[in-house]
Design a protein around this ligand. Structure first.
Ligand code: FPP
Length: 243
């Protein structure tokens, strides 16, 4: 079978706010940490399903800058899961052609995690089937603020150049679709720049029970929508005037 060589930025970019681990666990009489463990299983399923469903870039919200406010034990458990994920998953990511990037701050992570992230990014750098971006200690507003601070030193600025400062990537595709599980309907400081025109899909499913069929449902609903990007139905988009 011929492998798909379409560049990642010509396929969909989907962002997921993985919500509901705690409620899923509590309703079953389990600890919240057990819910996060089940959430990691879902990550494995969805990373495997994504390239088969036309997704070239998948950005997962694993830990926000506000999540430091959670009880210390839960934060520690999440960091341990991240450490295990980086240690145990890299080989299968390489085998499946997945390139891993971690976005967000690295300087506040427990010792050794920043180095593990850098190692995983290096080892998976040649993957072309899927670009998996995991947001850790992440805030979209901070990413925009940091980009603005860097941009202040420049004499001219385009949207593309600013995007590069926000995302740390050259030519990263804008987010096409943001999915949030667990029935909550908020963006919670996720991909505010890259997701300016993203379609939004909210599902009642809790993250630990979200599966490839739910992903397919979200994509089917996305493909039924008409995306106009500010233009008019059935007319080709005219270029917007430059600034
Ligand atoms: C939201 O559920 C989920 C999170 C804050 C963490 C998501 C983390 C994982 C899926 C596992 C760790 C990630 C990696 C990459 C190893 P919640 O706890 O807010 O659920 P609740 O709203 O029901 O309480």
């Amino acid at each position: 079978m011929q492998s798909d060589v379409t560049p990642a930025n010509e396929k969909l970019h989907v962002g997921i706010i993985m919500d509901g681990n705690g409620r899923w666990a509590t309703r079953r009489g389990l600890s919240r940490v057990r819910g996060h463990e089940a959430g990691v299983e879902t990550i494995r399923r969805i990373v495997e399903a994504a390239p088969k469903q036309g997704i070239g870039t998948l950005t997962l919200y694993a830990f926000s800058t506000d999540n430091w406010r959670r009880p210390k034990a839960e934060v520690a458990a999440l960091m341990t899961l991240l450490r295990f994920y980086l240690a145990n998953e890299v080989q299968s990511l390489v085998k499946n052609g997945v390139r891993l990037s971690v976005i967000g701050r690295r300087d506040r992570l427990p010792e050794g995690i920043a180095a593990a992230i850098a190692g995983a990014e290096r080892v998976t750098a040649h993957g072309h089937a899927l670009h998996l971006r995991i947001a850790v200690d992440y805030s979209a507003r901070d990413a925009i603020l940091n980009a603005a601070a860097k941009a202040a030193a420049l004499t001219s600025l385009t949207r593309e150049a600013f995007s590069q400062l926000v995302t740390g990537e050259v030519g990263l595709r804008d987010v096409d679709l943001i999915i949030r599980t667990s029935g909550e309907k908020r963006l919670s400081d996720f991909l505010l720049w890259e997701g300016a025109y993203a379609e939004l899909h909210f599902t009642e499913r809790m993250w630990p029970e979200f599966d490839s069929a739910d992903l397919a449902d979200a994509l089917a609903s996305f493909h039924r929508r008409e995306r106009r990007f500010g233009g008019l139905q059935s007319l080709p988009l005219e270029p917007a005037p430059s600034l």
